[in-house]
Design a protein. Structure first.
Length: 122
């Protein structure tokens, strides 16, 4: 069996993704409870998934959708997040963003919006 050869940078990204899965935020944990095991419209989501040089919060390969949950740290990273989103979209992916507050205050609405986005109706 031939193994996949990863560069040092790819190995670091994989390690960072594992660390993020082990240390998820409260909002990510809350949303993950509803996305895991195909609970949302039978779609398979991965959490803290590497794509290129980035790690996305949630990724559904079946429909090419990325769900990002933004905490307070993102207030200082607006330009970085915009460039990141543009790069992901150039790869043919679609990105939807929510704040931690959105997830905590109205998780049902967030899930409805994610389902509609995945179905292509948003």
């Amino acid at each position: 069996m031939v193994g996949v050869i990863m560069s040092q940078g790819q190995k670091e990204i994989q390690k960072r993704a594992r660390d993020l899965r082990s240390n998820q935020t409260g909002a990510e944990g809350l949303l993950w409870m509803h996305l895991r095991n195909r609970q949302l419209n039978n779609l398979k989501f991965r959490r803290q998934h590497p794509i290129g040089n980035y790690i996305v919060d949630f990724y559904c390969a079946e429909v090419g959708v990325i769900v990002e949950i933004d905490g307070d740290t993102h207030l200082d990273r607006v330009e970085y997040d915009q460039n990141r989103t543009e790069w992901l979209e150039r790869q043919g992916l679609r990105v939807i963003r929510f704040s931690n507050q959105d997830v905590y205050e109205n998780p049902a609405e967030v899930l409805t919006l994610i389902a509609e986005f995945c179905a292509g109706s948003l």
